[in-house]
Design a protein around this ligand. Structure first.
Ligand SMILES: *Cc1c(COP(=O)(O)O)cnc(C)c1O
Length: 442
């Protein structure tokens, strides 16, 4: 579903074009020397953001930002201030100031990383629960099938097929090539005859393949369906413009590229024009029109609050805030420009140094067609990931289907870190008997 015209994603703007010059494209045919990458670091306008994170243990190169983003230096102080200063000192008095925290943090997410309007986003619950609420909201609103794909994160598939069963709908599962992401022609077939809901990830958790938001929506809307995006691997990895791109519904993790911390509440976005007609099935007091009136009957609030249920995870919301502000300060367009330069550099070096050892780039080869991570297929991926951590001090991630996922977070990773990582993995593969291709070991 990726396209060769990045403009159609709606993720690119004039600012970003300017930043592309700051991070020159690594030419795939040219040799890359250590001095070259050091020049890139010296010219990097985001370089200073590295110090805004708690340092990694000495010698480790962290390339696993897609699993759990690193700890911002300001986070511990923010949670401490809330725990001691608000809960500890102000006792139950403090409660009232947390009532609208999901909306306040939601508005910050909307403005900094989602390109949404105030009042369209809350931060609450986990991604699975938010997916359930918004999927159900669509099915309560209109008849028809649920369309999903088999490459999505398993929890999405569980929730969506469960919803189809609960609401007596057909679940149409698109077969997706795990290296390419869902394809538009398959989607067209899947929505034939009409549908109620299409739910896909904008960035594939495995391959990193980036879907074409507008094209998907056009196909879904023509079939009468609402589109529910999972932004778990997109938010914080690339600039989003949910309002301008006409997104209906979205959910997503905030602890991956967004660095919100373990257990960070997920985002939930509903386009303002849909608030009036959509309701969700987990009715609770946080969604009530008169929350504190303690009425016995339920009337949903007219605003985004109708998608909330109960008490928010206040400590986790406090931990998420410094991360959102940090990303907002850096600017998603600038981060995206550096991110594609970092993954482009990894790709360039790996093509030369790791291909001979059985690493094959799986997923789009053009950084503009993927999110903030890239994925390598290797027949011994499962065994290699811990080996690379222990022996090379490089932290990457294992994914299903013998894939190794590499995600260099743009705010905390230097070009030299990427250079160092590929060379260390290369040395490991060359030296360790278990690292070498099977035929060489014999
Ligand atoms: C990480 C991730 C989730 C996580 O769901 P939780 O309910 O928050 O644990 C869901 N969907 C996708 C696509 C993800 O990448």
């Amino acid at each position: 579903m990726t396209t060769t015209q990045p403009e159609t994603h709606g993720h690119h703007n004039g600012h970003q074009a300017a930043y592309q010059d700051v991070y020159p494209k690594v030419r795939q045919e040219e040799a890359v020397e250590l001095s070259t990458v050091r020049q890139l670091d010296a010219a990097d306008p985001l370089a200073a953001f590295r110090t805004r994170f708690a340092p990694t243990p000495d010698g480790l190169v962290f390339l696993n930002g897609a699993s759990l983003g690193r700890l911002p230096a300001a986070t511990a102080d923010a949670t401490d201030a809330l725990v001691r200063g608000e809960w500890g000192d102000r006792l139950a008095e403090a409660r009232t100031q947390w009532l609208d925290l999901p909306q306040r943090v939601g508005d910050e997410l909307a403005a900094t990383v989602l390109g949404a309007r105030p009042g369209e986003v809350v931060a609450s619950d986990c991604t699975s629960v938010n997916l359930y609420k918004l999927g159900a909201a669509a099915l309560r609103d209109r008849p028809g099938a649920v369309v999903l794909d088999d490459d999505n994160f398993p929890t999405d598939q569980y929730v969506l097929t469960g919803l189809a069963e609960e609401y007596g709908r057909e679940a149409r599962v698109v077969r997706t090539d795990p290296d390419r992401g869902p394809q538009l022609d398959q989607l067209r077939l899947a929505v034939e005859g009409g549908a109620a809901l299409v739910s896909l990830s904008l960035v594939s958790h495995r391959s990193g393949a980036l879907a074409d938001m507008r094209a998907v929506q056009e196909i879904a809307h023509a079939a009468g369906a609402l589109v529910l995006w999972d932004l778990s691997h997109a938010v914080g990895a690339l600039p989003l413009r949910l309002t301008a791109d006409g997104a209906d519904l979205a959910v997503g993790s905030t602890y991956k590229h967004l660095c919100g911390g373990p257990g960070a509440p997920a985002l939930l976005y509903v386009r303002e024009e849909l608030h009036g007609r959509l309701t969700q099935p987990v009715q609770g007091w946080y969604g009530h029109r008169e929350q504190l009136a303690m009425r016995t009957d339920f009337y949903p609030d007219p605003s985004i609050r109708r998608f909330l249920t109960g008490s928010p995870p206040v400590l986790s919301l406090a931990a998420l805030r410094p991360a959102v502000r940090l990303l907002g300060e850096a600017g998603p367009a600038r981060m995206r420009a550096k991110s594609t330069a970092l993954t482009g550099l990894f790709q360039r070096l790996a093509a030369e140094l790791l291909t001979p050892y059985g690493f094959r780039l799986a997923g789009p080869s053009d950084p503009a067609e993927r999110g903030g991570h890239l994925t390598y297929a290797h027949e011994r991926a499962r065994a290699l990931v811990p080996l690379i951590a222990e022996r090379a001090g490089v932290l990457v991630d294992y994914g299903a289907h013998d894939r190794i996922r590499v995600s260099p977070a743009p705010l905390s990773t230097r070009f030299e870190d990427v250079y160092e990582a590929v060379h260390r993995i290369h040395r490991l593969m060359r030296e360790a008997p278990e690292g070498r291709p099977r035929k060489e070991r014999a």
